[in-house]
Ligand binder design. Structure first.
Ligand code: ADP
Ligand code: MG
Length: 361
């Protein structure tokens, strides 16, 4: 197992800089998800860790030792991609044994390791089958087993399940989590799917435009996003944003509603100044007067989703979504009051136009 450190890590492709001098520490045995929109530099970062891409500047350390000049196969890293290419003319057993044979491991050890990993990956009944007869989920498990059989110290996965259908994806997600619990590798998992990242990882590294926006636990990334980008990229349904103005100390105005800012946010508001962006997740607002932080609005639509409802309300010019219990409804045009949970009001500096576009795929 290994601890992975990046210091001022840069990736350039010709004149184009894809990764802008990032720094991180991933603990031994930790599961970190790299999350961000397409093109933000996730794969470049991962491929530099694996040694498949050269490092343009800065360095990567495994357990404090610089690995920039170390060849991929000597880094003891396993990597699994979306395009799991199994060798079709040979059995599942032979596919898993392949990297061991290539490394010159003796026959008895190969047999022991293949059976051992097959048992852990629930592949024992499939060992004599040919790849063509496998479902896509099974093929993916074989590909993971093949990557893991060499007992790597670091396991890197780049969008390994994004091509599977929703149900298979849920199954594989649990499976990948169980692999981490079983083997305890340092694991880095690249995905553009925020739900997947939050469900799997000990910590999530949110990237955008070649920079780390936040590296923290799923809980912190969700409830205490570092900036507007993280707030908007993480969470489903998406977080609600409001422009606010602040004329009086400790007060803000959102769409004509005057709000006294909780004590804990006041120093923060002081730093932001007279204009900014407020944000609240749909789960942290409700209909009615249940908190001192309230907004007046008009009902737009209620979506009934059986175990909960999603309610849309127009607050001035801003359309807001709320996740409510299934017995709550709004009628179109109905005057309603929304209450915001004071612990979950977020205040940020004013948004830049470009930050509002979260193109995910
Ligand atoms: P992600 O995995 O987050 O989608 P990548 O790390 O693959 O992002 O790519 C980051 C940026 O670098 C993108 O703008 C992409 O087009 C560019 N890029 C990636 N690989 C190459 C390459 N081999 N040559 C030139 N540009 C590249
Ligand atoms: Mg990628």
């Amino acid at each position: 197992m290994a601890r992975i450190t990046a210091r001022n890590l840069v990736k350039r492709y010709g004149a184009f800089q894809a990764v802008h001098g990032i720094n991180f520490d991933i603990e031994d045995g930790e599961f970190v998800a790299i999350l961000g929109p397409s093109g933000c530099g996730k794969s470049s970062t991962m491929r530099m860790i694996a040694g498949l891409e050269s490092i343009s500047d800065g360095e990567i350390l495994f357990d404090g030792r610089r690995v920039n000049e170390i060849r991929p196969r000597d880094r003891n890293v396993a990597m699994s991609f979306e395009n799991y290419a199994l060798y079709t003319p040979i059995t599942v057993y032979e596919n898993i044994a392949f990297p061991l044979r290539a490394a010159g491991v003796n026959k008895a050890d190969i047999d022991r390791k293949v059976w051992d990993i097959a048992a852990k990956m629930e592949l024992t009944p499939l060992l004599e089958q040919m790849p063509a007869s496998l479902s896509s989920g099974q093929a993916q498990r074989v590909s993971l087993a093949r990557a893991l059989v060499r007992e790597p110290s670091v396991f890197l996965l780049d969008e390994p399940i994004s091509h599977l259908d929703t149900r298979q994806r849920y199954r594989m997600r649990r499976f990948i989590k169980s692999i981490h619990q079983e083997f305890g590798h340092t694991m880095i998992y690249v995905t553009h799917d925020q739900e997947e990242a939050l469900a799997l990882a000990d910590r999530v590294m949110v990237m955008s435009n070649g920079e780390i926006q936040q590296l923290d636990t799923p809980q912190q990334v969700y409830t205490r996003p570092a900036n507007v980008f993280v707030a908007g990229f993480v969470g489903e349904p998406p977080i609600n944003f409001f422009d606010f103005t602040s004329e009086t100390d400790g007060e803000i105005t959102i769409e004509g509603n005057r709000i006294t800012v909780p004590e804990s946010l006041r120093p923060h508001l002081g730093r932001i100044g007279k204009r900014g962006t407020a944000a609240v997740r749909p789960h942290f607002m409700e209909l009615g007067e249940t908190s001192p932080i309230r907004l007046k609005g008009r009902g737009f639509i209620t979506e009934e989703l059986q175990d909960h409802n999603e309610i849309f309300v127009d607050v001035g010019e801003t359309r807001v979504s709320l996740v409510t219990p299934p017995d709550k409804h709004v009628a179109r045009g109905e005057e309603v009051t929304i209450s915001i949970n004071p612990d979950h009001l977020l205040l940020f500096p004013p948004r830049q136009q470009k930050e509002e576009n979260f193109d995910v795929v």
